[in-house]
Each structure stands twice: as C-alpha cells, then as structure tokens.
Design a binder for this molecule. Structure first.
Ligand SMILES: Nc1nc2c(ncn2[C@@H]2O[C@H](COP(=O)(O)OP(=O)(O)OP(=O)(O)O)[C@@H](O)[C@H]2O)c(=O)[nH]1
Ligand SMILES: [Mg+2]
Length: 456
C-alpha cells in the first residue's frame, strides 16, 4: 500500500499531530508527549517532520468555574524554545497559519487489537484495521471528518481510519513514511503507544526539555523565597535557562527547608482506596517526617475539596499552601496552578507524594533533573491497610514489562503503572456519550459557520 510522494513533501515539512483519550489528565498527557517525541526523532531520520503541539483544554480536572479553559497554547505552561532544543515543535495556531488552513490530511485513530493481548505473549505489531469502537469523528455533507480537534471547530480531517497497535511509539514510523504521503498526519488516542526506551538518554532529554514556562517558575520562586525561605543559592538547585547546559550530579541538591507534600484526593479517594491514606493518616505521617527531618515547615499541594482543606488546616496548622486569588486563577488557569505547586514541591528538602499519581510522578522527575537524592524523592503515603513501609513511588510509565531507570541509570523497582492506568480512567459511559452528543451538535454549528465563510 505504498503511495507516491507529492512534490511539496520535499519542500515543506510534514506535520505530526496527536491527541489523547479525552478523560486523561494533564500529567499523563505530559508523558505521552515524551513518547511522541521519540517517534518524531525516528521520523526525522528519514524526512523533515515537525511536531504540532496539541492545545490543552477541556480536561476532566480543570473545572474552576468562570474561566474558559480550551484552546490553551503550550506556551502557557511550557517554555517553547526549550522544547525546540530537543525536537522541532510548533503551536497549533502556527500550523494553521503555515499549512494552509484548518485541514488535517490523515487522521489515524490508534486502538488495540480486537482479540486483545494474551498475557505472556507480548509482540510489537501494527496493522491497518477496521475501527473497533464507534469513531469519535463524524462526516459532514462534504465528506470531511469533524471531531473535537482540541476545540478548533473549523478543523477538518480529510481521511480517518484506524490502526491497531501494540508497541513502542516508533512502531508507527514505517506507516507514516511508507503508507501515506499526507502532509499532515494526526495520531488520535496516542496514549496507546508505549515509550521507545523508558528511562534512556532520549527519554530524559525530552523530559528535561519540558521546562516549565518562565512566568510560572518566577511565581513559584517568589513564593519559595517569601514563605519557605528557599532560594536556589541556599538550596543548591541552580537552574540554567538552557537545559542542555545543565550538568547536575545526583545527590548534590539540598532543597529548601521544608517538607513538600502532594496529597491527591477527589477521584483518587474512591479510585485508589487501598493505597491512599485518610487525611488523619497523612497528617500523622507528615508530623513524623517533620520530626525526623528536623523541619518546621510543610508545603502541601492538593486537589482536596474545600471541606477537606478546612479539616487539614485544623489538623495541620503549620501547613503552607499556594492559594491563588481569582485574578491569579484566571491568569494561570488550573494547569498553571498545578505547575506552580509542582515546582514548589520539586524544590523541597524532602518530598512525599501520592501512590501512582502521575501528578506526583512528574514531581519525582523534576527533582531528579534538579539533582536530588532519590531517597528524598520517591516517597509516597501508604494506604490505611498497607504497612507503614509501603514501597516507593517509582513507576514505569509505558514500559510494560521493562524496569524503569532514574536519570543516572539507576534501575527502579516498580513496573508499568502509567501504561496500565489508562484503563482506570472513566473512558466509557457518560464521557463517551457526552462527547458524541456534543460532536454531533458541534458539526452542525461548524457546517453552518463554514458555509458562511466559504460561501457554499
Ligand atoms: N494545583 C493542583 N492541582 C492538582 C493537585 N493534584 C491534582 N490536581 C489537579 O488534578 C489533575 C491531576 O490529574 P492528572 O494529571 O490526571 O494526574 P493524576 O490524576 O494524579 O494521575 P493519573 O490519574 O494516574 O494520571 C491536575 O492536572 C490538576 O489539575 C495539586 O496538588 N495541586
Ligand atoms: Mg488523572
């Protein structure tokens, strides 16, 4: 099924776009970026490919009222020049401007195999297959595919089909290089791809390139200084704007004089009953850590509901939190606040997070990058029914069956949590129905809007 290359594919770059299962949160999406970046590197060995950053929006957890959180550019949360030092990336708006309009030539929806995966017989494979589930795209009267497309209603797919895949990200490369000559290709449900080399050099280069946007780091640094007596000089966490120039040795960072805590609540309380502590249990652990580490301050990042925060304040009066004003919330949005919390936790002398939370995982990684001793980093609260010495929080995102490695190559102990955790999200049921419903409604609105613009 080889197709001939169009003349312009030798002049213009080819664009790779992607999206992730709608219920997935901010932090798993950040991990999927790492996987896609390795695919892009593989593609670039043969052709000039550029990655189009999927706009952020409509995430399950970003529910702050009165602020619109769709079509958010990556520059709101990440430093684009830093990303570009790893692979060429552009924002979606730039893609629209330079690729000639809101068209994506080929959409591939990634899916598993209808027959499933038999335990013990892991084999990497990819095949063009009929779609197993109903497509989250519908065809308009002109034959274009309409779908969510990150909230860009005018975007249309020219073709859409399904790929069954079981394997690492780069397994898609031969399909993109040989089976299609489309100038722009989107991989939907990209979380189905695993890491090429979890914990390898490439993995860490991409992860290190995901530098938080400067304006958010500045807010976090000011807060550290004002409320936690924490500065880079004193904490030995000197930061270089150019991540390629950062040569940090593991164990050299000291961290600010505070305990950093990530207490994941809300859906985790009922979704992970065995390994998430009660608030009382968490506070008991925090007190014992403060005592053994001889620290007086504790910074708590949490998504707890208001009543739980009130209870926490009573149980833990010494707690310090970043509490944004409405203005700050509007400015930084839920994603920016998550980044600020993560940045402050990443600079603590000692960090303890929540079991299998990708929010906590990203803090662990940030601390590795800053040069913290893993012993001060890979800690998690034990659940009520676990013993107090429950295992650390070193997960292996997407490395199914492989062990994970820290930045200096130290092997971790726990396996494949992020890869299998996709199944924990509320994929089916109301999410799907709601999206399909909205999609139908939207395609009608889109059609009318486009008829007006194109005068057809
Ligand atoms: N500001 C802030 N937001 C948080 C905190 N904990 C959770 N959140 C919010 O909840 C979201 C967490 O969802 P995910 O990114 O999916 O991470 P997770 O749910 O912990 O982990 P998985 O479901 O395993 O992927 C974040 O994007 C935040 O919006 C916190 O401590 N501070
Ligand atoms: Mg989540």
């Amino acid at each position: 099924m080889c197709s001939q290359k169009k003349w312009y594919s030798f002049v213009l770059p080819r664009y790779l776009l992607y999206d992730v299962n709608p219920p997935e949160g901010f932090n798993l999406r950040r991990d999927v970026y790492v996987r896609i970046a390795s695919l892009l590197k593989t593609l670039r060995k043969s052709e000039n490919w550029v990655l189009v950053l999927p706009p952020w929006g409509r995430l399950y957890h970003w529910q702050s009222p009165d602020i619109i959180q769709v079509r958010i550019a990556w520059s709101e949360f990440f430093d684009i020049p830093s990303l570009n030092k790893n692979i060429p990336v552009i924002e979606y708006e730039q893609f629209l401007a330079e690729s000639g309009g809101p068209f994506i030539e080929q959409v591939y929806v990634l899916q598993g195999y209808a027959e499933g995966w038999k335990e013990g017989t892991w084999q990497e494979k990819i095949d063009e297959k009929p779609c197993i589930d109903q497509l989250m795209y519908s065809r308009d009267k002109h034959g274009y595919y309409r779908g969510w497309f990150w909230g860009y209603e005018e975007t249309r797919g020219l073709n859409a089909s399904c790929l069954s895949v079981q394997g690492s990200a780069s397994i898609v490369a031969p399909i993109l290089l040989k089976n299609t000559s489309a100038q722009s290709v989107m991989l939907d449900r990209a979380e189905n791809l695993l890491h090429d080399h979890y914990g390898g050099k490439d993995y860490w280069n991409t992860r290190r390139s995901m530098v938080f946007a400067k304006h958010l780091r500045v807010v976090g640094d000011k807060f550290r200084k004002k409320y936690l007596q924490s500065t880079d000089e004193a904490d030995r966490t000197q930061y270089k704007e150019d991540w390629t120039q950062m040569k940090v040795k593991t164990g050299t960072a000291l961290g600010g004089p505070y305990l950093g805590v990530h207490l994941r609540r809300r859906d985790f309380v009922w979704g992970h009953r065995e390994d998430v502590p009660s608030l009382q249990g968490a506070v008991k652990k925090i007190h014992s850590l403060l005592e053994s580490l001889k620290l007086e301050r504790v910074f708590v990042a949490t998504d707890a509901v208001e009543e739980e925060v009130e209870l926490l304040k009573k149980l833990l009066p010494e707690m310090v939190r970043f509490e944004p004003s409405l203005e700050e919330l509007k400015l930084y949005k839920d994603g920016g606040l998550a980044v600020i919390d993560q940045w402050i936790c990443a600079h603590a002398r000692y960090f303890i997070g929540t079991s299998v939370s990708t929010f906590s995982f990203r803090i662990h990684e940030e601390r590795e990058i800053l040069g913290f001793d893993p012993k001060t980093t890979y800690n998690r609260f034990c659940g009520e029914t676990e013993k107090n010495s429950c295992k650390g929080n070193r997960g292996n995102p997407g490395g199914s069956g492989k062990f994970c490695h820290s930045i200096d190559g130290t092997p971790g102990t726990l396996k494949a949590t992020e890869a299998v955790r996709t199944k924990l999200e509320p994929d089916s049921g109301w999410v799907r129905q709601t999206l399909l419903g909205r999609m139908k409604q939207q395609s009608l609105i889109n059609m009318i809007a486009w008829q007006k613009i194109l005068r057809i």
